[in-house]
Design a protein around this ligand. Structure first.
Ligand code: KIV
Length: 309
């Protein structure tokens, strides 16, 4: 578990591939340094900086507006918090669909600017060539089939995919296309559990489910869903393992009342005093450098803006 210098050993792509059919892979999203440290300390194997950050961090109703620069910024912050977990960066909408060359370039940016260790992209057969080219550039790829949120408008909403024979065959064919193209793992989102089990038994790489039942080789959840930090509608598959949102509201409410009552800050949060201070208001004003000195009488009225120029 630990490397030669006592630091935890990083989870690698070959480590993850070797977990196919073995110990399940635990993956979770993170969008900043603080959350990255917590999920890493908890022992997750893979951390995804998902483009779900558009909805979770930015308050958007879809992931579509998220940009590659925004992804790189959040990936960089998360990378600094991970000692052990493998970091996956999501390629956002229109950063890879245009051409295989665009997909390679955008993946390179997430690796170089975002310090990612692999990239994830949504889609199946139609992006197999893109995946192949990214992998050939030396960048590990995680695929994502079933419900692909970047296609929310084409799909008619965030809804279960792979229903019926035709729908199921498409999800299976998409997963096989990604495996053939060189993806080292495949996320299966919002598909019936028997279909996820079928895909998992057919492809040779680990499947990571979200709303895809227990047969997958691993599971992924959005960190704010898992911790109960999210407010409003929750997807059926989002199990809350804690109610940190309620705890946070309670704690912040206590802070508000202690500020108002004067109970905070107490001595424990206060530095040692300097000793008796006999500086009058006039003496204090004379401490200002000459260019900032004002007539004390003016201090009660806001200074005109040009005073500072
Ligand atoms: O963007 C994201 O967080 C995802 C996961 C839900 C798989 O794609």
């Amino acid at each position: 578990m630990y490397g030669s210098h006592g630091a935890p050993k990083k989870v690698t792509v070959p480590d993850l591939r070797a977990r196919k059919g073995g110990e399940k892979i635990a993956m979770v999203t993170a969008y900043d340094f603080t959350m990255a440290r917590l999920v890493d300390e908890a022992g997750v194997d893979m951390v995804l900086v998902g483009d779900s950050l558009g909805m979770v961090v930015q308050g958007l109703s879809t992931t579509i507006p998220v940009t590659l620069d925004e992804m790189a910024y959040h990936c960089r912050a998360v990378a600094r918090g991970l000692a052990r977990a493998h970091l996956v960066g999501d390629l956002p909408f229109m950063s890879y669909q245009v051409s295989p060359a665009q997909a390679v370039e955008s993946s390179g940016k997430l690796m170089k600017d975002g310090a990612c260790e692999s990239v994830k992209l949504e889609g199946g057969q139609e992006i197999a060539e893109h995946v192949h080219r990214i992998v050939r550039a030396g960048i590990p790829v995680v695929g994502h089939v079933g419900l692909t949120p970047q296609s929310v408008h084409a799909l008619g909403g965030f809804r279960v995919q792979g229903r019926g024979e035709e729908g199921a065959d498409k999800v299976l064919a998409d997963a096989i296309a990604l495996e053939q193209a060189g993806a080292f793992a495949i996320v299966l989102e919002a598909v019936p559990p028997d279909l996820a089990a079928r895909v998992t038994s057919v492809v040779s790489v680990p499947t990571i489910g979200i709303g895809a039942g227990a047969a997958c080789d691993g599971q992924v959840l959005v960190c704010t869903d898992l911790l109960g930090l999210a407010r409003g509608h929750q997807p059926k598959f989002a199990k809350r393992f804690a109610d940190l949102g309620d705890r946070a509201v309670e704690a912040i409410g206590t802070y508000v009342s202690q500020v108002r009552s004067g109970a905070f800050p107490a001595a424990a949060q206060t530095y040692k005093p300097n000793g008796p201070d006999r500086t009058s208001r006039e003496d204090a004003a004379s401490l200002l450098p000459r260019e900032l000195a004002v007539d004390l009488g003016e201090l009660d009225t806001p200074l005109p803006l040009d005073h500072w120029h």
